[in-house]
Design a binder for this molecule. Structure first.
Ligand code: NAD
Length: 524
C-alpha cells in the first residue's frame, strides 16, 4: 500500500513548527520543495564559515531524496581548508587534552540537553538530507542524546593501572588522548555518525575534524553549533565538506593521529592504506551481508517483526541489516506469508508525513543500483514475493526515489543478491534444515558485521551466538544499538569498535611509566 498525499494544511503547520526551532540554527526553511539551507556547512573554530575554495567546479548541489529538489549548494573544502581545520583542532588539543574529565563531562551533558530540546528541528533537517521517515530520524536523534550522555559518563572513568614491580618499585599506565582525530562518515545515519565518532573522541580529550558524506552534509554543522552552545572550546570539533579527495587529504594529513571511518569496504581499504603510510591508528566500520536465523520454535510474530527491523529501517540502507534470512523448513511457508503481509502493509511515501513507514532512497544512482540487484535476482531465477518496484507514491514527490520493500524467495546462496551488499529494501528468505547447515551458510561470507537468531531454546541461542562470525549478534531481536554495547565488524566488515567502554580504548593510547625506588643497578 502506498502513501497518500500530505495535505497542504499539515505541510504549512509543519513549516511553521520547523521555522521556530530552526532559526536557532541560523538556517532558513521556506516550505516543502522550496526549502533552502543557506548557512555555510563548514564549521571552524566554533562557527560556520565559508570555505576558501571558490573554484566554480568545486561545489556540489544537495538534492532532497524525497523530492529531488535542490536544498543547497555546498562548496568543497580545498586542501588549504582541510589543513586549516586540522591546525585549528591541533591548537585546541593543547588545552582540551588536559581539561579535567569532570569538565569534559559537564560540556557533554550540556550538549545532550541542548540536543534533547531540539530533537524535532534536528530530525527534520536529517529527513531533508536522508529521505528517512521523520519518526525514525527523531528516534535516531534520541539515541544520539543517549550516546552523548554515555560518553559524558566515560569522561570521568578514564584511568590507568598501578603495577607493583617488587622491591618497592612500581609502574603505572596513563591513558592519554591521541591528538587530532579525522572522522569520515557515510550517508545513511549522518547525524548519528557525527555523534558516534565525535563524542567518544572528545570525551577522551581528543579534537576532531569531521567530513560527512557529500550526499548528506547538513546536520554535521548543526552538531558543531550544539557543541559550541554547550561550551565546547573552539576548534575541538570542526567540519569540512567534500567528496573522497577531501577525505583522502584528511586521512593523509601528518597531524591527524587517527582516522575513524564509516563507509564501504573499497573506500575503507583506501583509508587503511592512507593510514598505513602515516602509521596511524584506524577504525573502520564497513559494510555487511548479515544472516538472521529463525528456528521453528521461535515466537513467530516476534521473528517477523525482528525481520522487519532487520531489513526496512532507513529504506534498508543499514550496514548491519540481516538481509539473508534463514527460516527452518517447517515454518518457512507460514513465515514468508506473514512477512509478506507485514511488508505489504508498509506505507511508502513522504518521509515528513507522520504515517509514512518507509521514505526515499538516498539518490537516483543508489535506486538504480538496488533495482539492478532485483533484476539480477529475477534473471537468476529468484521469485519476487512482494515489492521491488520503482514508484512515485505521490505526484508531489515526483523527483524522489522510491522502491517498494521487496521480499525475495527461491534465492540460491550463490546468487549475486545473496552475496553482495545491496544497501536497499530487499530481503532474501531461504529455508534450512539443520543447525550445522545454517551456521555454515550464515558464515559463508566475506563480511561479519552482525547476525541474529530467533528461538525459544536459549542453549541453542547462545551456541549460535558463539558460532556466528560477526561483531554483533542479536538473540530474539535485531538492529538494537544500546550505547553500552560495542559495535563493529569481524572479517571485512571492519576493525575496531564504536560504543561501550571500548570507546576509551579506541581514543586513548597507553603510556607506561616506570618508577625506580632504589639505586640504579648497572652491569656496564
Ligand atoms: N559498519 C558501519 O557502522 C556502517 C554504518 C553505515 C554505513 N556503512 C557502510 O557504508 C557504505 C555506504 O556508505 P557510502 O556509500 O557513503 O560509503 P563510501 O565508502 O562511498 O563513502 C564513505 C565516506 O568516505 C568518503 N571517501 C570516499 N573516498 C575516500 C577516500 N579515498 N579517502 C577518504 N574518504 C573517502 C566519502 O566521501 C564518504 O564520506 C555501505 O557499505 C555501508 O554498509 C557501514
Amino acid at each position: 500500500m502506498l502513501g497518500g498525499r500530505v495535505c497542504a494544511f499539515l505541510k504549512a503547520a509543519r513549516c511553521a513548527r520547523l521555522a521556530l526551532g530552526w532559526n536557532q540554527w541560523q538556517a532558513r526553511y521556506i516550505c516543502r520543495g522550496t526549502s533552502a539551507f543557506t548557512s555555510p556547512m563548514h564549521y571552524l573554530d566554533g562557527e560556520r564559515i565559508e570555505p576558501t575554495n571558490t573554484d566554480a567546479g568545486g561545489h556540489f548541489p544537495i538534492l532532497e531524496p524525497a523530492t529531488g529538489h535542490k536544498l543547497c549548494i555546498v562548496q568543497e573544502s580545498s586542501v588549504q581548508d582541510v589543513h586549516t581545520a586540522v591546525v585549528s583542532a591541533k591548537s585546541a588539543f593543547a588545552s582540551w587534552s588536559t581539561a579535567p574529565g569532570a569538565e569534559r563531562a559537564q560540556i557533554l551533558y550540556k550538549t545532550a540537553q541542548i540536543m534533547r530540546e531540539n530533537i524535532e528541528a534536528i530530525a527534520v533537517a536529517e529527513v531533508h538530507d536522508t529521505g528517512k521517515p521523520l519518526w525514525e530520524a527523531k528516534f535516531d536523534v534520541e539515541g544520539c542524546v543517549d550516546t552523548i550522555e554515555y560518553c559524558a559518563g566515560l569522561a570521568r572513568m578514564i584511568a590507568g593501572q598501578h603495577i607493583d614491580l617488587g622491591r618497592g618499585n612500581f609502574g603505572y599506565t596513563r591513558r592519554e588522548p591521541l591528538g587530532v582525530v579525522g572522522a569520515i562518515g557515510a550517508w545513511n545515519y549522518p547525524f548519528q555518525m557525527a555523534v558516534w565518532k565525535s563524542a567518544p573522541a572528545i570525551c577522551c580529550g581528543n579534537t576532531v575534524v569531521y567530513k560527512p558524506s557529500p550526499l548528506t552534509p547538513i546536520t554535521t554543522a548543526i552538531m558543531g553549533e550544539v557543541y559550541t552552545e554547550a561550551g565546547l572550546p573552539n576548534g575541538v570539533f570542526n567540519v569540512i565538506q567534500g567528496s573522497g579527495a577531501v577525505g583522502q587529504y584528511l586521512a593523509t594529513h601528518p597531524d591527524v593521529a587517527k582516522v575513524t571511518f564509516t563507509g564501504s569496504v573499497p573506500t575503507g581499504t583506501k583509508v587503511m592504506a592512507a593510514c598505513a603510510q602515516g602509521i596511524k591508528y584506524v577504525l573502520l566500520e564497513l559494510g555487511g551481508k548479515s544472516p538472521l536465523v529463525i528456528f521453528a520454535d521461535c515466537q513467530l510474530d516476534n521473528a517477523v517483526k525482528g525481520t522487519m527491523l532487520a531489513n526496512f529501517l532507513t529504506q534498508g540502507q543499514v550496514c548491519s541489516n540481516g538481509t539473508r534470512v534463514y527460516v527452518e523448513r517447517p515454518i518457512y511457508e507460514t513465515f514468508v506469508d506473514k512477512l509478506v503481509e507485514r511488508v505489504r502493509a508498509m506505507k511508502l511515501g513522504d518521509p515528513m508525513s507522520e504515517d509514512t513507514t518507509m521514505g526515499a532512497i538516498i539518490s537516483g544512482e543508489q535506486a538504480d543500483r538496488i533495482m539492478s540487484f532485483i533484476e539480477s535476482a529475477k534473471e537468476e531465477g529468484a521469485t519476487i514475493a512482494t515489492g521491488g518496484e520503482r514508484v512515485i507514491p505521490d505526484p508531489a514527490l515526483a523527483g524522489g526515489h522510491y522502491i517498494t520493500p521487496c521480499v525475495l524467495t527461491d534465492v540460491n546462496d550463490d546468487m549475486r543478491v545473496a552475496r553482495e551488499e545491496i544497501f536497499g529494501p530487499v530481503v532474501c528468505v531461504f529455508p534450512f534444515d539443520t543447525e550445522s547447515e545454517v551456521i555454515e551458510r550464515a558464515n559463508d561470507t566475506e563480511y561479519g558485521l552482525a547476525g541474529g537468531v530467533f528461538t525459544r531454546d536459549l542453549t541453542r541461542a547462545h551456541r549460535i551466538a558463539a558460532k556466528l562470525q560477526a561483531g554483533s549478534v542479536y538473540i530474539n531481536n535485531y538492529n538494537v544499538y544500546p550505547s553500552e554495547l560495542p559495535f563493529g565488524g569481524y572479517k571485512k566488515s571492519g576493525i575496531g569498535r564504536e560504543n561501550g567502554i571500548l570507546n576509551i580504548d579506541a581514543f586513548t593510547q597507553v603510556k607506561s611509566v616506570y618508577m625506580e625506588m632504589g639505586d640504579v643497578d648497572s652491569p656496564i
